[in-house]
Design a protein around this ligand. Structure first.
Ligand code: FES
Length: 115
């Protein structure tokens, strides 16, 4: 699911890390509510997706990037960092993508409100 499509009143922004912990070209692994998330800093723009390949349910870990796509290291499925969309087989299902903002030097991601 692309949570970036939700409005701010449907989201709760959760601070995850100091922005200095995620320099350009790096990635950062965090967990919210037991859900693994990976953050990427690509040319100063930060993206957050679920750290899971929908093909086997295991982490993307150090999966290579190609532009704004991450490529699963196991069978090569690609996922769009903007939307979480599965771009190529063998992954048929999308993964989650989250909105990101930086406030007061903190990286925050928009997490869907419950209830
Ligand atoms: S485990 Fe990711 S493409 Fe197969």
């Amino acid at each position: 699911m692309n949570y970036r499509l939700l409005s701010d009143d449907q989201l709760e922004y959760v601070p995850l890390a100091d922005a200095a912990e995620l320099p350009v070209g790096e990635r950062l692994f965090v967990t919210i509510d037991n859900s693994p998330i990976v953050l990427f800093n690509i040319a100063g723009q930060i993206f957050a997706i679920e750290d899971t390949c929908s093909h086997d349910g295991n982490p993307l870990d150090d999966a290579p990037l190609e532009g704004h796509a991450v490529i699963c290291p196991r069978h090569g499925a690609r996922f769009d960092l903007h939307t979480g969309r599965a771009l190529s087989m063998p992954a048929a299902a999308d993964i989650a993508a989250y909105p990101v903002r930086v406030r007061d030097g903190q990286i925050e991601i928009g997490w869907p409100k419950t209830g």
